[in-house]
Design a binder for this molecule. Structure first.
Ligand code: GTP
Ligand code: SPV
Ligand code: MN
Length: 618
């Protein structure tokens, strides 16, 4: 189908056509237009802007936001084509307490999700969205998760009154006319609606970060819709990300035989030049971006980045599981990202970045805790206030983020948009105690059990008490769009859909000694763990069996040149049967919250674990 003359990139700069509706014919496009009109009739925006994804359009949106005060343009000399946004102090992270799965049946949402019946939820949402876009522009943003037209890709449209969200979606997904063209041809797509919930009365001037104290992030898995109200931040506003690519996609995956996971995706290249593809699920702010951009400290090894947050997995024709990163950018945690921890990220951020809630330097560049060893003498903090090293508060918000195109990472694979066969899956989290540096599972069902029993200390990526230990199975607790026990069952079932399954490992970079210090140096040194895993896949590394899985044999892991005493290494790998038995009791309690929906295979794994631990105790 031809794209209308008036909506090509070349003419999008002309004032009259800016944001004009593309002129497709046919039923599929009419359905999109009707939905846009229906939402506009409800939300009553002043204008509707159809986003074409052109560079000219993007530049104008950014310039408008600078003029409006939403964005601060950074100094071109230090950070070309980059911007800083400061959010409202009440809108700084995902809100799990305000996130809902409105499935028809309560048991389909399960005990780990907030559930409200769809009809009741719509009664709540309709008045909130009624007139919520008054005084604003409603943007129509067609996006593709995965490359446009790719075999594993999925389409969606976000309607939003936040230009900041539009600019973010343009980095995080593929936005533009090619997507609208596919929708007009009849490709299926998902409806997502977003309003910051801050209508403007006639002549009322806007604030720099409009939002609403009342917030709702709602998923309707039965009709495949997302409705988000009141927040402009991250996963609350970039609906393609957690809402679609994880919560809605997990439902699609359950129904269609594939998987949507909170995983990074990398290619590990051995000194012999062999390629291995590894996906890893860690909870929010637990090191996915870091591992995705790993620069090995051991000679001869190389890691290429494919994705840092979300992985979609499908069985291929050859009996293997294939994975893609559905996103096109990184929405990464800024604090803790520096030359020694993640030099690749620092290089990726050289320009073309949208920063949110980091600190502003006096020279017009940005700063955050951990970017440099020396702390600037003066900054403007994330809330716009003067800051000095003795202010006694962080200059950047702990969940401050960068939004940057994936293609810009120096570590990105040349073929990063293609599906890759998975060799290994890692599960991790922040565990001060109990969990060794690396453990190899006995197989798919045991690996699924490990994923289902992941706990991690809370981070600033969502509301709640930082540091508190909580269950986060598969790092998907906040992101599973259906009953988590059914999701466990789906994992078990997927094990039967491939002949050559990836090996599953548990890792923990965060184990602490009695003084409360993290024992493992982490970051680039994590390559030693990756090396051991790859050598295991090749049948070349030694392991010893323990009750919880296989760990490296003494001298099984390459520790050459590493400054960690043997004593500490032993502590990092120590397994205390009593603490593990206590954890097994907690796991049973956790499983019991799902009643009889927990798959029998996982109950069997729990019983077998207890038996092995008892035997080890003697
Ligand atoms: P989301 O984007 O929220 O899903 O999280 P993520 O898992 O991508 O988080 P990210 O990689 O940005 O993690 C950020 C935090 O983890 C920073 O505070 C890092 O310093 C810390 N971190 C990452 N890798 C390591 C490691 O190997 N060791 C230690 N001690 N900390 C790490
Ligand atoms: C996470 O919290 O896991 C994130 C950030 O990746 S957000 O997109 O805000 O959910
Ligand atoms: Mn994440």
């Amino acid at each position: 189908m031809a794209i209308a003359e008036t909506s090509t990139a070349a003419s999008a700069t002309s004032v009259a056509d800016f944001g004009a509706r593309p002129a497709y014919q046919g039923e599929a496009f009419r359905a999109l237009v009707e939905w846009v009109e229906e939402i506009a009739a409800l939300t009553k925006p002043d204008r509707i802007h159809w986003v074409d994804g052109s560079q000219a359009e993007n530049e104008r949106l950014l310039a408008d936001m600078v003029e409006q005060g939403t964005l601060i343009k950074l100094n071109e000399q230090w950070r070309p084509n980059s911007y800083l946004a400061r959010s409202d102090a009440g809108d700084v992270a995902r809100l799990e307490s305000r996130t809902f799965i409105s499935s028809e049946k309560e048991e389909d949402a399960g005990p780990t999700n907030n559930w409200v019946a769809p009809a009741t939820m719509r009664e709540t949402l309709t008045p909130l969205f009624d007139g919520s876009m008054r005084g604003r522009t409603m943007f129509v943003v067609p996006f593709s998760m995965g490359k446009v037209g790719g075999p594993i890709s999925q389409l969606g449209v976000q309607l939003t009154d936040s230009p900041y969200a539009v600019a973010s979606i343009e980095v995080m997904t593929r936005v533009g006319e090619e997507v609208t063209a596919l929708i007009a041809e009849g490709s299926p797509w998902v409806k997502t609606v977003h309003s910051v919930g801050a209508p403007l009365a006639d002549g009322e001037s806007d604030v720099s970060w409009p939002s609403n104290d009342e917030k709702y992030i709602v998923h309707f898995p039965d009709s495949l819709e997302v409705w988000s109200f009141g927040s402009g931040y991250g996963g609350n506003a970039i609906l393609a990300k957690k809402c679609y690519a994880l919560r809605i996609a997990s439902v699609l995956g359950r129904d269609q035989g594939w998987m949507a996971e909170h995983m990074l995706l990398i290619r590990v290249i051995s000194p012999e030049g062999r390629h291995y593809h590894v996906a890893a699920a860690f909870p929010s702010a637990c090191g996915k971006t870091n591992l995705a951009m790993l620069r090995p400290t051991i000679p001869g090894w190389k890691v290429e980045t494919l994705g840092d947050d979300i992985t979609w997995i499908r069985p291929g024709d050859d009996g293997r599981l294939y994975a893609i990163n559905p996103e096109a950018g990184f929405f990464g945690v800024a604090p803790g990202t520096g030359a020694t921890t993640n030099i690749t990220a620092v290089e990726t951020l050289h320009g073309n970045v949208l920063f949110t809630n980091v600190a502003l330097r006096d020279n017009g560049d940005v700063w955050w805790e951990g970017l440099t060893d020396e702390v600037p003498e003066h900054l403007i903090d994330w809330q716009g206030a003067d800051w000095t090293p003795d202010s006694g508060r962080p200059a950047a918000h702990p969940n401050s983020r960068f939004t940057v195109s994936a293609a810009q990472a120096p570590s990105i694979s040349a073929d990063w948009e293609e599906a890759v066969p998975l060799d290994a899956i890692l599960f991790g989290g922040r565990r001060a105690t109990n969990v060794p540096l690396v453990v190899e599972s006995f197989g798919w069902e045991h690996g699924t059990f490990i994923g289902a029993t992941i706990s991690s200390e809370r981070t600033a990526a969502a509301e709640g008490t930082v540091g508190e230990l909580r269950r986060d199975p598969f790092a998907m607790m906040p992101f599973c769009g259906y009953n988590m026990a059914d999701y466990f069952g789906h994992w078990i079932e997927m094990g039967g859909k491939a002949e050559r399954l990836p090996a599953i490992y548990q890792v923990n970079w965060f184990r602490k000694n009695d003084d409360g210090q993290i024992m493992w140096p982490g970051f680039g040194e994590n390559s030693r763990v990756i090396e051991w895993i790859v050598r295991r896949l090749e049948g070349k590394a030694e392991a010893v069996e323990t009750p919880i899985g296989r760990i490296p044999a003494e001298d099984g892991m390459d520790l050459a040149g590493l400054d960690v005493p043997d004593e500490t290494m032993r502590e990092i790998f120590s397994i205390d049967p009593d603490s593990w038995l206590a954890e097994a009791d907690l796991t049973e309690e956790f499983f019991d919250t799902f009643g009889d929906r927990v798959p029998a295979a996982l109950r069997r794994e729990l019983a077998a674990l207890r038996e092995r631990l008892q035997t080890a105790k003697g």
